[in-house]
Design a protein around this ligand. Structure first.
Ligand code: 13P
Length: 285
C-alpha cells in the first residue's frame, strides 16, 4: 500500500468511537518498531515526526522510510508533520510525501490562526493531505515549542466551532488540559469542555500530550470524540532507557545491531499497549 491521508482513517475512528495512536518517531528503528506493533494489532497507524526530527533526519529520508513501511505493510499508514509553525516547511513536507500536517498557529490571535490555517488547508486539499490545527495552547515542551503552565490556555468551544467552519480544517487539536512531556501529578483534563467541543465540532479531535495520562482518562477522551492520540515522550524515554540499560549491562558492546534489538522490542511492546488502549486493534481495512 501507499501512505494514505489520515483524514478518512480519523473520520472512521471518530464515527466508531475508537482512537488511532500517532507515534512520534526519531530513528529508523523506532519507525520499524511501531509499524511492527500496528501490523501485529491489525491497526491503522499514524507515524509522526516533529520539526526537530525533520531537521535531524531530513524530510526525504523520513518519507522514504515511511513509504517503504507502507509498501510492505498490510495496514493503512499515514505520515504526519507535528507542530509546525513554518509555512514553507509544511509545503516542503507535503510535496516530499507527508500525508498529514499540523499548522500550529495557536500562539497567534484567533483571526491570524484562522488565516494561517486556511492557507495550509487550501493547498492540502489539492494534494489530498490531512491538516490539523490547534486552538487554545497546549502546555509543556515539544521540541523548541515551550509553553509554561501560566501560558497554557484551554480552547473555547464556541471558537472551536467557528474555527472549523471558517477554515474547513479536517482535524482539530483543542487544548483541554493535557500537556506535552511527563506530568508531575495527574493531568487536569476538562472533560466537560471536550464534551461541549465535541457537540459543536464534528471533525475528529486530537489529544495532545498522550504520555502519562491514566488509561481510564485516555478512554474517556476517546469516547468523547478524540480520535487521534499523540504519544511522544513515553516512547522516546522507553527507547533511551533500553539503550542505557543495555550499556550498563554490556559496557563493551559496540555493535548497533546488538543494542538496537532490545530497544526496538521495548518500543514495540509499549506501542502495542497504547494501540490496545486506544481500541484500534483489528480496525485496519
Ligand atoms: P507527549 O510527549 O506528552 O506524549 O505528547 C505528544 C504530543 O502531543 C505530540 O504533539
Amino acid at each position: 500500500m501507499k501512505l494514505v491521508s489520515s483524514t478518512p482513517l480519523l473520520n472512521e475512528a471518530r464515527e466508531e468511537g475508537y482512537g488511532i495512536v500517532a507515534f512520534n518517531i526519531h530513528t529508523l528503528e523506532m519507525l520499524q518498531a511501531v509499524v511492527d506493533a500496528a501490523e501485529e494489532c491489525r491497526s491503522p497507524l499514524i507515524l509522526q515526526s516533529t520539526v526537530g526530527t525533520v531537521k535531524h533526519l531530513g524530510a526525504d529520508y523520513i518519507v522514504s522510510a515511511a513509504q517503504s513501511a507502507a509498501k510492505n505493510a498490510n495496514i493503512p499508514i499515514a505520515l504526519h508533520l507535528d507542530h509546525c509553525q513554518d509555512y514553507d516547511l509544511i509545503v516542503k513536507c507535503m510535496y516530499a510525501g507527508y500525508t498529514s500536517v499540523m499548522i500550529d498557529a495557536s500562539m497567534f490571535p484567533f483571526e491570524q490562526n484562522v488565516e494561517k490555517t486556511k492557507k495550509v488547508v487550501e493547498l492540502a486539499k489539492i494534494l489530498n493531505v490531512n491538516v490539523e490545527a490547534e486552538l487554545g495552547k497546549v502546555g509543556g515542551v515539544e521540541d523548541d515549542i515551550v509553553v509554561s503552565e501560566e501560558d497554557a490556555l484551554l480552547a473555547d468551544p464556541k471558537e472551536c466551532e467557528e474555527f472549523v467552519e471558517v477554515t474547513g480544517v479536517p482535524t482539530l487539536a483543542p487544548a483541554i488540559g493535557t500537556a506535552h512531556g511527563i506530568y508531575k501529578g495527574e493531568p487536569n483534563i476538562d472533560f466537560k469542555r471536550i464534551d461541549e467541543i465535541s457537540r459543536r465540532v464534528k471533525v475528529p479531535l486530537v489529544l495532545h500530550g498522550g504520555s502519562g495520562i491514566p488509561a481510564e482518562q485516555v478512554k474517556h477522551c476517546i469516547s468523547l470524540g478524540m480520535a487521534k492520540v499523540n504519544v511522544a515522550t513515553e516512547l522516546k524515554n522507553a527507547f533511551s532507557q533500553s539503550l542505557i540499560q543495555f550499556f550498563e549491562e554490556n559496557p563493551t558492546e559496540f555493535d548497533p545491531r546488538k543494542y538496537m534489538v532490545p530497544a526496538k522490542e521495548t518500543v514495540k511492546k509499549l506501542a502495542i499497549e497504547k494501540i490496545e488502549l486506544a481500541g484500534s486493534i483489528g480496525k485496519a481495512k
